[in-house]
Design a protein around this ligand. Structure first.
Ligand code: 13P
Length: 254
């Protein structure tokens, strides 16, 4: 059985004081509970302080992006080893906002995944279709392509360290969540694709989170689906009560 994994993507939000306050509330609220894996993904500049606050907890801390390069003249970039230095264990790769606003291609995402793994970071690879792609019946094609190009030349051992987040772009920040059945269907397809590409053991082990307008009201129904192993939460992760409620919902399925 796969352990549920609830992750909060704080995106470009919060002040330093707010981020520290939120981290402290999560520290208090999550004490003693380890039925569910929990992770937070603050802005780069808050990582060190959030890591310090959560260092005695089981909460994973990750960045929202990283460079594919090791080091050198890449002004403004942050390397995997820098992330390790400040205490990160995880990193989001290929979020739809990176893909669409910053033109990250599957090939860039593939290089970033490799760089993350080289630095012993566990990536959450985000995939998902746009509204027009769903309307054109292309959801499977788009997701399959994101997986096959994104995971190019990665071994099953490497892939076992990954979490995949299915985040339909039309559901992100829109309040328009996929129905539990819609999400479960794509999750099952992702798992089948992983089985075809690797093997049954890899496919069964990999956790697939759902993301897109998850909140304390709809989480239980989504997380209750057999192929949904957690959530990647945006807006609702900025409020400690909502986020902790989602974690409790996940615990009821562990
Ligand atoms: P929302 O939960 O705000 O829709 O964001 C989802 C997301 O993009 C998480 O990575």
């Amino acid at each position: 059985m796969r352990k549920q994994f609830i992750a909060g993507n704080w995106k470009m939000n919060l002040t330093l004081e707010d981020a520290k306050g939120l981290a402290r509330k999560l520290y208090d609220g999550l004490k003693g509970s380890d039925k569910v894996d929990v992770g937070v993904f603050p802005s780069f500049v808050f990582l060190k302080e959030v890591c310090d606050i959560l260092s005695n907890s089981k909460v994973f801390i990750g960045a929202q992006n990283m460079s594919m390069e090791k080091s050198g003249a890449f002004t403004g970039e942050i390397s995997g080893s820098m992330l390790r230095d400040v205490g990160c264990t995880h990193v989001l790769i290929g979020h739809s906002e990176r893909r669409t606003i910053y033109q990250e291609t599957n090939s860039i995402i593939n290089s970033k995944l490799k760089a993350a793994l080289l630095n012993d970071l566990s990536p959450i690879l985000c995939v998902g279709e746009k509204q027009e792609e769903r309307d054109a019946g292309k959801t499977r094609e788009v997701v399959k392509n994101q997986l096959s190009e994104g995971l190019l030349n990665l071994t099953s051992e490497q892939v076992k360290r990954l979490t995949i987040a299915y985040e339909p772009v039309w559901a992100i920040g829109t309040g328009k969540t996929a129905t539990p059945e819609q999400a479960n269907e794509v999750h099952a397809f992702i798992r089948d694709t992983m089985r075809d590409k690797y093997d049954d053991d890899t496919a069964q082990r990999i956790r697939i989170q759902y993301g897109g307008s998850v909140n304390a009201e709809n989480a239980k129904q989504l997380l209750g689906q057999p192929e949904i192993d957690g959530a990647l939460v945006g807006g609702a992760s900025l409020d400690s009560n909502s986020f902790l409620d989602i974690v409790s919902d996940a615990a009821s399925f562990s």
